[in-house]
Ligand binder design. Structure first.
Ligand code: PLP
Length: 382
């Protein structure tokens, strides 16, 4: 059973493992299990994915955005302290690009104000903290994603690790009410899982990726998000689904490769980091020790111009987070975000791309040469 394999990987009981169709469904279930209610507030970083805000709003609660630091993309401590108020139900700490949250600061704040913390670990599966892959004890539950581009991908998929047995029981009650994915869902995902590696290896990767995104936005192929999730705050039909057998099989067979991939990612992350340091370019100040090093964030002067040049040279670019509530660029108020309230996050979003850290040696060399030859396209200090 996949629960046993994941239990072995995290060194926890299979009873602490809960599986979902997507990470966001895991988050929605945790919030429900915690009894999140209308009028309550949930603190999240202003550098997140809109589906996180949606899961909060679907419960009738309000996301409250906190600005981030440019040196680690994590909560600005002062802004976090200011955001806490009597309506705050919990904080969602976020692993961003493989960089874990500042657990010590958040734990102290949660203790002081008696609020709970859960972790968005969708970018951080495989993170080791104080010698363990389990989230720190003060975290009530962590949710992970198996979506494309995540440390371990099954195209789509969600996992919750919860050590608190009474909360775990509530999550299970939620999970039992989920519907099973349809034959069409499972069949389409099975096909995509076979086709996607061919797309990743193709020289036409950027063109194929935008074709894939436009087909999935129209609902013609199975995408990560339905278009209604990116334009409004109503829960779409078919959102509450459990994990399919296809996903379970895929994860089961890939899990043994995860730690090796993370080692490779950490090495490549460090290689990029020393190139950016040697060129005196804007970079994060983080230690990769124990991180999943999922993406290497880069900061460029003009995103449109940079994308054109980089894609012409065959550089694989990731575009997370293009806004404080990625990928939404307009009508932020629908998600309770107001322009100008998290200035650093907005500035970072206007300049950020990311490099993949699981590149082949030839792709690494090409990417590094590209950076060295095009230094003037990058930002030195934001
Ligand atoms: C920061 C963050 N949180 C949550 C999610 C949602 O994960 P899923 O697509 O598995 O629902 C994503 C998706 O990429 C994400 O980037």
């Amino acid at each position: 059973m996949l629960e046993n394999k994941l239990g072995n990987y995290f060194e926890c009981s299979p009873n602490n493992v809960h599986l979902f169709w997507k990470g966001r469904v895991g988050l929605y279930s945790i919030l429900g299990a915690l009894g999140l209610k209308e009028g309550e507030e949930v603190i999240i970083p202003a550098f997140t994915c809109v589906v996180v805000a949606n899961a909060i709003i679907y419960h009738g609660a309000k996301p409250v955005y906190v600005d981030i630091n440019k040196n680690n993309l994590q909560f600005d401590r002062k802004a976090l302290v200011q955001a806490v108020n009597p309506k705050t139900k919990l904080i969602i700490a976020q692993n961003t690009f493989g960089i874990p949250p500042d657990y010590e600061t958040i734990e102290a704040l949660c203790k002081k104000h008696d609020i709970s913390c859960i972790e968005d670990c969708t970018h951080g599966m495989g993170t080791v903290y104080k010698g363990s892959k389990m989230p720190p004890l003060f975290i009530k539950a962590s949710f992970y994603s198996f979506q494309w581009n995540k440390p371990l991908s099954a195209g789509l998929g969600g996992l919750v690790i919860c050590r608190d047995s009474s909360l775990g029981k509530q999550i299970e009650i939620f999970a039992k009410q989920l519907s099973r994915p349809s034959f069409f869902d499972s069949f389409s995902l099975g096909i995509l899982l076979r086709v996607r590696p061919l797309m990743n290896a193709s020289v036409l990767y950027p063109v194929l990726l935008s074709l894939f995104r436009s087909l999935s936005a129209r609902g013609l192929v199975l995408g990560s998000s339905k278009s209604s999730e990116l334009t409004g705050t109503e829960m779409p039909e078919g959102y509450l689904k459990s994990m399919s057998a296809v996903q379970k099989r895929w994860i089961s067979s890939s899990l043994s490769l995860l730690d090796e991939t993370i080692k490779k990612r950490q090495i490549n992350f460090k290689r990029f980091d020393s190139v950016f340091a040697s060129l005196n370019l804007q970079k994060l100040e983080v230690d990769t020790l124990g991180h999943s090093a999922l993406k290497y964030p880069i900061f460029v002067k003009d995103k449109l111009a940079f994308r054109k040049i980089a894609e012409r040279k065959g550089i694989k670019l990731g575009d997370w987070m293009n806004s404080p509530i990625h990928p939404v660029e307009y009508d932020w108020e629908k998600w309770h975000y107001f322009k100008g309230t998290c200035k650093k996050a907005e500035l970072l979003a206007a300049h950020i791309f990311n490099l993949q850290t699981d590149l082949s040696e030839s792709e690494m060399k090409r990417t590094i040469s590209f950076v060295q030859e095009n230094r003037s396209l990058f930002v030195s200090d934001l």
